[in-house]
Design a binder for this molecule. Sequence first.
Ligand SMILES: N[C@@H](CCC(=O)N[C@@H](CS)C(=O)NCC(=O)O)C(=O)O
Length: 212
Amino acid sequence: MAEINLYQYPISPFTEKVRRVLTHKHLGWNPIDCHYEDKTNLLAITGGKWTRVPVLEWKGEVVWNSADIIKWLDRKAPERRVIPDGALGLCEIIDNFADNTLFAPILMMTIPDLLDAAGDPKLKANREKLIGMTTQKMREGIPAARESLALYAAMIDTQLAGKDFFLGGGFTMADASLYHPFFFLALNQDNFAEVKRFSNLMRWYERVRDLK
Ligand SMILES: N[C@@H](CCC(=O)N[C@@H](CS)C(=O)NCC(=O)O)C(=O)O
Protein backbone atom coordinates (compact mmCIF):
# COMPACT_ATOMS: atom_id res chain seq x y z
CA MET A 1 0.00 0.00 0.00
CA ALA A 2 1.36 3.44 -0.90
CA GLU A 3 2.11 5.86 1.92
CA ILE A 4 0.40 8.84 0.36
CA ASN A 5 -3.34 9.31 0.82
CA LEU A 6 -4.95 11.51 -1.81
CA TYR A 7 -8.45 12.76 -1.08
CA GLN A 8 -10.03 13.22 -4.48
CA TYR A 9 -12.78 12.74 -7.00
CA PRO A 10 -11.70 10.59 -9.96
CA ILE A 11 -12.80 13.32 -12.41
CA SER A 12 -11.50 16.27 -10.36
CA PRO A 13 -9.25 18.36 -12.63
CA PHE A 14 -7.45 19.99 -9.69
CA THR A 15 -6.64 16.55 -8.34
CA GLU A 16 -5.44 15.48 -11.78
CA LYS A 17 -2.89 18.32 -11.61
CA VAL A 18 -1.43 16.67 -8.50
CA ARG A 19 -1.75 13.12 -9.90
CA ARG A 20 0.41 14.12 -12.90
CA VAL A 21 3.16 15.34 -10.54
CA LEU A 22 2.95 12.21 -8.34
CA THR A 23 3.20 10.07 -11.48
CA HIS A 24 6.22 12.01 -12.75
CA LYS A 25 7.89 11.61 -9.37
CA HIS A 26 7.11 7.88 -9.31
CA LEU A 27 5.24 8.29 -6.03
CA GLY A 28 2.32 5.92 -5.55
CA TRP A 29 -0.84 7.03 -3.77
CA ASN A 30 -4.03 5.66 -2.28
CA PRO A 31 -7.02 7.45 -3.82
CA ILE A 32 -9.65 8.27 -1.21
CA ASP A 33 -12.84 9.18 -3.03
CA CYS A 34 -14.80 11.99 -1.42
CA HIS A 35 -18.49 12.85 -1.55
CA TYR A 36 -19.70 16.02 -3.25
CA GLU A 37 -21.91 16.92 -0.29
CA ASP A 38 -20.72 15.04 2.78
CA LYS A 39 -17.45 16.72 3.74
CA THR A 40 -16.93 14.80 6.99
CA ASN A 41 -13.64 13.14 5.99
CA LEU A 42 -12.18 16.33 4.48
CA LEU A 43 -13.06 18.37 7.56
CA ALA A 44 -11.62 15.68 9.83
CA ILE A 45 -8.29 15.40 8.00
CA THR A 46 -7.82 19.20 7.65
CA GLY A 47 -8.87 20.06 11.20
CA GLY A 48 -12.02 21.76 9.91
CA LYS A 49 -10.09 24.08 7.58
CA TRP A 50 -10.84 22.85 4.02
CA THR A 51 -13.67 21.14 2.15
CA ARG A 52 -12.26 20.86 -1.37
CA VAL A 53 -10.24 18.22 -3.14
CA PRO A 54 -7.36 17.52 -3.53
CA VAL A 55 -5.99 17.05 -0.02
CA LEU A 56 -2.81 15.04 0.43
CA GLU A 57 -1.68 13.25 3.58
CA TRP A 58 1.82 11.87 3.88
CA LYS A 59 3.82 10.85 6.96
CA GLY A 60 1.47 12.65 9.32
CA GLU A 61 1.46 15.90 7.33
CA VAL A 62 -1.65 17.19 5.58
CA VAL A 63 -1.55 19.66 2.68
CA TRP A 64 -4.30 21.08 0.48
CA ASN A 65 -4.75 23.35 -2.53
CA SER A 66 -3.23 21.81 -5.65
CA ALA A 67 -0.47 24.38 -6.24
CA ASP A 68 0.54 24.29 -2.57
CA ILE A 69 0.59 20.49 -2.63
CA ILE A 70 2.91 20.48 -5.65
CA LYS A 71 5.30 23.04 -4.11
CA TRP A 72 5.32 21.05 -0.86
CA LEU A 73 5.92 17.76 -2.72
CA ASP A 74 8.85 19.26 -4.61
CA ARG A 75 10.49 20.07 -1.26
CA LYS A 76 9.52 16.81 0.43
CA ALA A 77 10.44 14.55 -2.50
CA PRO A 78 13.04 16.55 -4.45
CA GLU A 79 13.95 13.77 -6.88
CA ARG A 80 12.59 14.54 -10.38
CA ARG A 81 11.88 18.14 -9.46
CA VAL A 82 9.00 19.91 -11.16
CA ILE A 83 9.90 23.49 -10.22
CA PRO A 84 13.18 24.40 -11.92
CA ASP A 85 15.58 26.83 -10.21
CA GLY A 86 14.48 30.40 -10.78
CA ALA A 87 11.11 29.39 -12.25
CA LEU A 88 8.83 29.29 -9.18
CA GLY A 89 7.14 32.61 -9.97
CA LEU A 90 6.67 31.62 -13.60
CA CYS A 91 5.13 28.29 -12.57
CA GLU A 92 2.79 30.10 -10.18
CA ILE A 93 1.69 32.59 -12.83
CA ILE A 94 1.02 29.76 -15.30
CA ASP A 95 -0.85 27.85 -12.59
CA ASN A 96 -3.02 30.87 -11.87
CA PHE A 97 -3.77 31.29 -15.59
CA ALA A 98 -4.64 27.59 -15.90
CA ASP A 99 -6.95 27.49 -12.86
CA ASN A 100 -8.74 30.78 -13.35
CA THR A 101 -8.56 31.77 -17.03
CA LEU A 102 -8.11 28.59 -19.08
CA PHE A 103 -10.37 26.48 -16.86
CA ALA A 104 -13.31 28.94 -16.90
CA PRO A 105 -14.55 28.29 -20.47
CA ILE A 106 -13.86 24.57 -20.11
CA LEU A 107 -16.05 24.46 -16.99
CA MET A 108 -18.91 26.13 -18.89
CA MET A 109 -18.58 23.68 -21.78
CA THR A 110 -18.24 20.52 -19.69
CA ILE A 111 -20.51 20.80 -16.66
CA PRO A 112 -24.02 21.02 -18.20
CA ASP A 113 -23.76 17.78 -20.20
CA LEU A 114 -21.94 16.05 -17.35
CA LEU A 115 -24.70 16.92 -14.89
CA ASP A 116 -27.49 16.02 -17.28
CA ALA A 117 -25.86 12.65 -17.98
CA ALA A 118 -25.51 11.96 -14.24
CA GLY A 119 -29.28 12.28 -13.85
CA ASP A 120 -29.03 13.16 -10.15
CA PRO A 121 -31.11 16.25 -9.26
CA LYS A 122 -29.40 16.63 -5.85
CA LEU A 123 -25.96 16.65 -7.45
CA LYS A 124 -27.14 19.14 -10.08
CA ALA A 125 -28.55 21.53 -7.47
CA ASN A 126 -25.40 21.19 -5.37
CA ARG A 127 -23.07 21.96 -8.29
CA GLU A 128 -25.18 24.86 -9.57
CA LYS A 129 -25.00 26.41 -6.10
CA LEU A 130 -21.23 25.85 -5.88
CA ILE A 131 -20.59 27.36 -9.31
CA GLY A 132 -23.17 30.11 -8.73
CA MET A 133 -24.90 29.55 -12.07
CA THR A 134 -27.65 27.34 -13.46
CA THR A 135 -26.75 24.84 -16.19
CA GLN A 136 -29.13 26.80 -18.44
CA LYS A 137 -27.04 29.95 -17.89
CA MET A 138 -23.85 27.94 -18.48
CA ARG A 139 -25.22 26.66 -21.78
CA GLU A 140 -25.93 30.23 -22.87
CA GLY A 141 -22.27 31.01 -22.24
CA ILE A 142 -20.93 28.16 -24.38
CA PRO A 143 -20.45 30.07 -27.68
CA ALA A 144 -18.31 32.68 -25.91
CA ALA A 145 -16.53 29.93 -23.97
CA ARG A 146 -15.62 28.19 -27.25
CA GLU A 147 -14.08 31.41 -28.56
CA SER A 148 -12.04 31.92 -25.38
CA LEU A 149 -10.85 28.33 -25.42
CA ALA A 150 -9.69 28.62 -29.05
CA LEU A 151 -7.73 31.76 -28.14
CA TYR A 152 -6.00 30.12 -25.14
CA ALA A 153 -5.37 26.84 -26.99
CA ALA A 154 -3.68 28.77 -29.82
CA MET A 155 -1.37 30.53 -27.31
CA ILE A 156 -0.41 27.24 -25.68
CA ASP A 157 0.06 25.60 -29.07
CA THR A 158 2.42 28.39 -30.14
CA GLN A 159 4.54 28.00 -27.03
CA LEU A 160 4.71 24.22 -27.49
CA ALA A 161 6.09 24.39 -31.05
CA GLY A 162 9.29 22.33 -31.16
CA LYS A 163 9.06 21.48 -27.46
CA ASP A 164 8.16 18.35 -25.53
CA PHE A 165 7.09 20.31 -22.45
CA PHE A 166 5.89 23.86 -21.83
CA LEU A 167 9.04 25.39 -20.34
CA GLY A 168 11.27 23.76 -22.94
CA GLY A 169 13.10 21.19 -20.77
CA GLY A 170 11.46 18.25 -19.04
CA PHE A 171 8.07 17.98 -17.37
CA THR A 172 7.41 20.76 -14.84
CA MET A 173 4.61 22.09 -12.67
CA ALA A 174 3.65 24.28 -15.66
CA ASP A 175 2.70 21.15 -17.61
CA ALA A 176 0.65 19.75 -14.73
CA SER A 177 -1.16 23.08 -14.33
CA LEU A 178 -1.95 23.52 -18.02
CA TYR A 179 -2.89 19.87 -18.48
CA HIS A 180 -5.69 19.69 -15.91
CA PRO A 181 -8.27 21.77 -17.82
CA PHE A 182 -7.70 19.63 -20.94
CA PHE A 183 -8.12 16.48 -18.84
CA PHE A 184 -11.55 17.84 -17.86
CA LEU A 185 -12.35 18.88 -21.44
CA ALA A 186 -11.56 15.33 -22.61
CA LEU A 187 -14.41 13.97 -20.49
CA ASN A 188 -16.58 15.06 -23.41
CA GLN A 189 -15.07 13.99 -26.73
CA ASP A 190 -17.27 16.38 -28.74
CA ASN A 191 -15.86 19.29 -26.78
CA PHE A 192 -12.35 17.89 -26.93
CA ALA A 193 -12.62 17.76 -30.75
CA GLU A 194 -12.50 21.56 -30.68
CA VAL A 195 -8.81 21.57 -29.75
CA LYS A 196 -7.70 18.68 -31.96
CA ARG A 197 -6.55 21.08 -34.69
CA PHE A 198 -3.79 22.37 -32.39
CA SER A 199 -1.19 19.75 -33.22
CA ASN A 200 1.56 20.83 -30.79
CA LEU A 201 -1.00 20.98 -28.02
CA MET A 202 -2.33 17.51 -28.93
CA ARG A 203 1.13 15.90 -28.92
CA TRP A 204 1.90 17.54 -25.58
CA TYR A 205 -1.48 16.51 -24.12
CA GLU A 206 -0.78 12.86 -24.97
CA ARG A 207 2.77 13.11 -23.59
CA VAL A 208 1.52 14.44 -20.25
CA ARG A 209 -1.42 12.02 -20.15
CA ASP A 210 0.93 9.06 -20.78
CA LEU A 211 3.63 9.99 -18.25
CA LYS A 212 5.14 6.94 -16.63
N1 LIG B 1 -7.77 26.04 -5.43
C1 LIG B 1 -8.16 24.66 -5.17
C2 LIG B 1 -9.46 24.35 -5.90
C3 LIG B 1 -9.93 22.94 -5.60
C4 LIG B 1 -11.34 22.73 -6.07
O1 LIG B 1 -12.10 23.68 -6.33
N2 LIG B 1 -11.71 21.46 -6.15
C5 LIG B 1 -13.07 21.14 -6.51
C6 LIG B 1 -13.14 19.80 -7.22
S1 LIG B 1 -12.21 19.78 -8.72
C7 LIG B 1 -13.88 21.02 -5.24
O2 LIG B 1 -13.48 20.33 -4.32
N3 LIG B 1 -14.99 21.74 -5.19
C8 LIG B 1 -15.83 21.71 -4.02
C9 LIG B 1 -16.79 20.59 -4.05
O3 LIG B 1 -16.71 19.72 -4.95
O4 LIG B 1 -17.62 20.54 -3.16
C10 LIG B 1 -7.03 23.74 -5.65
O5 LIG B 1 -6.29 24.13 -6.56
O6 LIG B 1 -6.87 22.65 -5.07
